[in-house]
Design a protein around this ligand. Structure first.
Ligand SMILES: [Zn+2]
Length: 320
């Protein structure tokens, strides 16, 4: 039996007892966790038994996108024209005769104008209308919007709690890595587990790191080719490499494995720890993260140029 957090229990009880607030704001450090929790909650509101059973007609309508008493906005920038649908939707008579729900996914995507417009609808509560907003950036919401909502803050889960919750839902060989990388969000862990390319990227990153640590004269060309084989997701590649070097540093300083960010790549971490000094590891992490940030700020930054410059710098550390 998986233990629910107090926040999840509150939502489940509200749906079950049909004692609903007019508006909910669900926030989490990961957007995916906030979204999944919001959708589960919405399904429970429509569900005939208030549990989100998944089997009743109302649950199925919701899941299949056929719930007419439901309006969903989001999946990118939320413009004023999108939010303008809300008053009409509220005016319409409910088809199911119970609740009408408006879900705003990634509510921080609303600009100030859209938020102010939405606020007008929220300020005139209608019987049976429930607003649900999800976000991982609540600081971007107007305080006037936040104050209309019952704010549910989902907290990150411990590794032990995640293990309990994800048991059997993630392939065992991926479980520990997903738990370490998900930032305490079970929803994010599930998403990561399905990302096959990410696991390829992590494997390639580990190969590059081992090649670099294990060879007296590592081949720049070989490392560059491997890194650029995932050119479309170069940021994930840089992040994976930085994570491995960070694990190397962590291992070197503590000799502990419990909190590695890549528990499935322990050998790579050990190898990096063995071949580099503490300050070399720190310096390499800095180089990787610096390129990561630069690429993030300037997506046009040429990958080949960036990777070559970066490897050249890292090679100098090896030679020193
Ligand atoms: Zn149901």
């Amino acid at each position: 039996m998986v233990r629910e957090s107090a926040e999840e229990r509150l939502l489940a009880n509200a749906a079950k007892t049909r004692r609903l607030a007019q508006a909910y704001l669900i926030s989490a450090s990961g957007a995916e966790q906030a979204r999944r929790t919001a959708r589960d909650f919405l399904q429970s509101i429509f569900c005939e038994s208030g549990t989100g059973c998944g089997a009743c007609l109302e649950c199925r309508k919701f899941r299949d996108g056929n719930q007419v008493d439901y309006l969903e906005l989001g999946g990118g920038a939320i413009r004023l024209d999108d939010v303008r649908q809300v008053p009409d939707f509220i005016k319409k008579k409910s088809a199911g005769g119970r609740y009408k729900c408006i879900y705003i996914e990634d509510a921080h995507q609303m600009n100030v104008q859209s938020q102010n417009y939405l606020l007008k609808s929220m300020e005139e509560p209608e019987e049976g209308v429930v607003f649900v907003l999800s976000t991982n950036q609540p600081e971007k919401l107007l305080s006037t919007v936040i104050s209309r909502c019952l704010w549910i803050r989902l907290r990150p889960l411990s590794r032990a709690a995640l293990r309990e919750r994800l048991e059997g839902k993630i392939p065992p060989e991926r479980q520990e890595a997903c738990i370490a990388l998900c930032g305490g969000s079970w929803a994010e862990a599930l998403r990561l587990a399905e990302d096959d390319e990410l696991f390829d990227i992590r494997e390639t990153a580990a190969e590059v790191c081992r090649h670099f640590a294990g060879r007296k004269n590592p081949s720049l060309f070989e490392m560059e080719t491997r890194i650029l084989s995932h050119e479309k997701r170069i940021l994930d590649m840089l992040f994976a490499m930085a994570g491995l070097f960070r694990d190397g540093l962590y291992w070197k300083m503590t000799g502990e494995t419990a909190l590695l960010s890549n528990p499935d790549q322990r050998e790579t971490a050990e190898m990096l720890a063995e071949h580099f000094t503490t300050s070399a590891l720190r310096y390499i992490i800095e180089i990787l993260l610096e390129r990561y940030e630069k690429k993030q700020s300037f997506p046009g930054y040429k990958n080949k140029l960036m990777v070559e410059g970066m490897l050249f710098q890292i090679m100098e550390v090896k030679a020193a």
